[in-house]
Design a protein around this ligand. Structure first.
Ligand code: NAD
Length: 248
């Protein structure tokens, strides 16, 4: 049990990578505090974890609202007494449009959830971890945190922002015991990809040298290591997990 006795806050936990992370963290002995805007999905997941003998709680919270991020941390500490791990995972894809046609409201929405949401999360998670004397923060970026992708400017900009934000926070807090890293998954089979057409999906499969898309659990496995005390020297870094996508 890699995470026995640890308390982990996971945002966007009701689906995809967040859900796999919640299940795996609980299996590894963590008490998981789950947040999402999808209340039904979050509550179902709590039941699933409890039925397997794990400890979990759900709070409906929108990561694009700073007060929700503040409340998430406060409630996690009220429930479980401390905060050791945070996985800032909530994210959306946004429309597929070139920059010259991208709707302003869509840009604002993607940036507020995918970038500001990560800042709001850390803004309240870090002080809680400092009180505890230690912590590990995992910010979910993407391969698109280091390379571009046509027709996804807001997503690409937000994910590049998450990588930079992560580095800054790591410079500020690593010596104080809080490790901060970002992870860059390639294309992973989750509901996030549901909007993509068949032609683009088969093109995407071919863009991964491993010959397939990733599974959410394969990403969660890396999160377990980063969250655990075994990753004690890992901070300020960007970890692609991408079936070879960025090697080309
Ligand atoms: P998903 O759509 O399956 O899950 C995302 C979850 O976030 C959903 O449960 C959704 O309700 C929640 N969410 C959306 N907006 C929210 C908000 N404002 N506040 C709180 N929760 C909110 O997607 P996923 O593929 O599991 O994505 C998880 C993270 O992984 C995202 O940050 C995404 O950008 C990143 N990512 C995904 C892929 C991929 O190919 N699936 C690749 C790289 C990175």
């Amino acid at each position: 049990m890699e995470l026995k006795g640890k308390v982990a806050l996971i945002t966007g936990a009701a689906s995809g990578i967040g859900k796999s992370t919640a299940l795996l963290f609980a299996k590894e002995g963590a008490k998981v505090f789950l947040t999402d805007i999808n209340e039904e999905g979050g509550k179902t997941l709590v039941n699933q974890i409890e039925e397997s003998g794990g400890e979990a709680t759900f709070l409906k919270a929108d990561t694009s609202q700073s007060q929700d991020s503040e409340k998430s941390v406060a409630e996690a500490i009220k429930k479980f007494g401390k905060l050791d791990i945070a996985v800032n995972n909530a994210g959306i894809g946004g429309p597929q449009k070139p920059v010259g046609e991208y709707e302003i409201e869509a840009w604002d929405k993607v940036i507020s959830i995918n970038l500001s949401g990560v800042f709001y999360g850390m803004r309240y998670q870090i002080p809680a971890m400092l009180k505890n004397g230690a912590g590990s923060i995992i910010n979910v970026a993407s391969i698109l945190g280091s390379v571009g992708f046509a027709n996804a400017a807001a997503y690409v900009a937000a994910k590049h922002g998450v990588v930079g934000l992560t580095k800054s926070a790591a410079l500020e807090y690593s010596a104080k015991g809080v490790r901060v890293n970002s992870v860059g998954p390639a294309f992973i089979k989750t509901p996030l990809l549901e909007g993509l057409d068949e032609e683009l999906l088969s093109h995407l499969v071919n863009a991964h040298p491993i010959g397939r898309l990733g599974e959410a659990d394969e990403v969660a496995q890396l999160f377990v290591w980063l969250a655990s005390d075994r990753a004690s020297f890992a901070t300020g870094a960007y970890y692609p997990i991408d079936g070879g996508y960025l090697a080309q």
